[in-house]
Design a protein around this ligand. Structure first.
Ligand code: ATM
Length: 243
């Protein structure tokens, strides 16, 4: 049985180490590295329908990479920083009826803040960032699920992220009915999106498949209908070239 571990906000790993002061001038020259010598960080995003096991995989990858000595940080969307966590509460609250365009803009606003406040600085400091959902979620959920169209949602998100794109995207693929069944096994109450009907999730699944087909270099599709240890092994294999 799949075990899902709820992510408590904000999801963070080890923050980039601050530059340290060395009384010895030789050591001081060695650190911090000039910016052109700091290796680029990597952005790895994890995508899929609710119930696919993204959060379990994100936690597994975070500890596996940490054990290998990789400087890695785990964040989630919407969320990861205080403002975006507040937007998360709003956008997932079943008490609101949210217009699809407003919904797309709320996710984009949360994303813009995360990029500016956390994501860009970490990548610039050479950290590998694991991100549980990113722009592809908006393309699939709002572009496909809400039928706003992938290209219009993409345009809003290019603005929001200042065109930041993942180095690799792991798509956990699961049949919508199986994702729904896993969701139903959770003790927590359904959020606003989880209350949508089956065709909504079928459109999202189709949009994800289309995105993966369009960018085979960036996407790696992983069968989510496997034990979590197999999913983790597949994911590690899928990012090996970036480590
Ligand atoms: P998680 O449950 O994976 O944390 O995502 C929150 C919800 O927000 C999820 N809902 N369901 N079902 C997917 C949805 N979502 C979007 O619709 N668009 C987005 O851009 C993002 C990041 C999430």
């Amino acid at each position: 049985m799949l075990t899902t571990t709820p992510l408590t906000p904000p999801i963070v790993g080890d923050p980039p180490a601050p530059p340290s002061f060395h009384p010895n001038p030789r050591e001081a020259r060695a650190e911090p590295l000039p910016s052109h010598l700091v290796p680029d960080g990597r952005l790895i995003t994890i995508e899929g329908l609710d119930g696919a096991g993204k959060s379990t995989l994100a936690l597994g990858l975070h500890s596996a990479l940490g054990e290998r000595g990789v400087r890695v940080e785990l964040l989630r969307e919407p969320g990861g920083v205080a403002l975006s966590e507040r937007i998360r509460e709003l956008v997932m609250d079943p008490a609101f009826v949210v217009d699809p365009r407003a919904e797309a803009l709320l996710y984009a606003a949360a994303r813009a803040q995360l990029v500016r406040e956390r994501l860009r600085p970490s990548l610039d400091a050479g950290v590998l960032v694991l991100l549980d959902r990113f722009v592809d979620s908006s393309l699939a959920y709002q572009g496909g699920g809400r039928e706003l169209g992938v290209e219009s949602v993409r345009a809003v998100n290019l603005f929001a992220t200042d065109s930041l794109a993942p180095d690799r995207t792991l798509l956990l693929r699961i049949a919508p009915a199986d994702g729904r069944a896993r969701q139903d096994m959770r003790a927590s109450a359904s959020d606003r999106l989880e209350r949508e009907d089956d065709p909504f999730f079928e459109r999202i699944a189709a949009a994800y498949d289309e995105l993966a087909r369009a960018e085979p270099e960036r996407f790696r599709v992983i069968d989510a209908d496997q034990p979590p240890t197999r999913v983790l092994a597949d994911a590690l294999f899928a990012i090996e070239d970036l480590l």
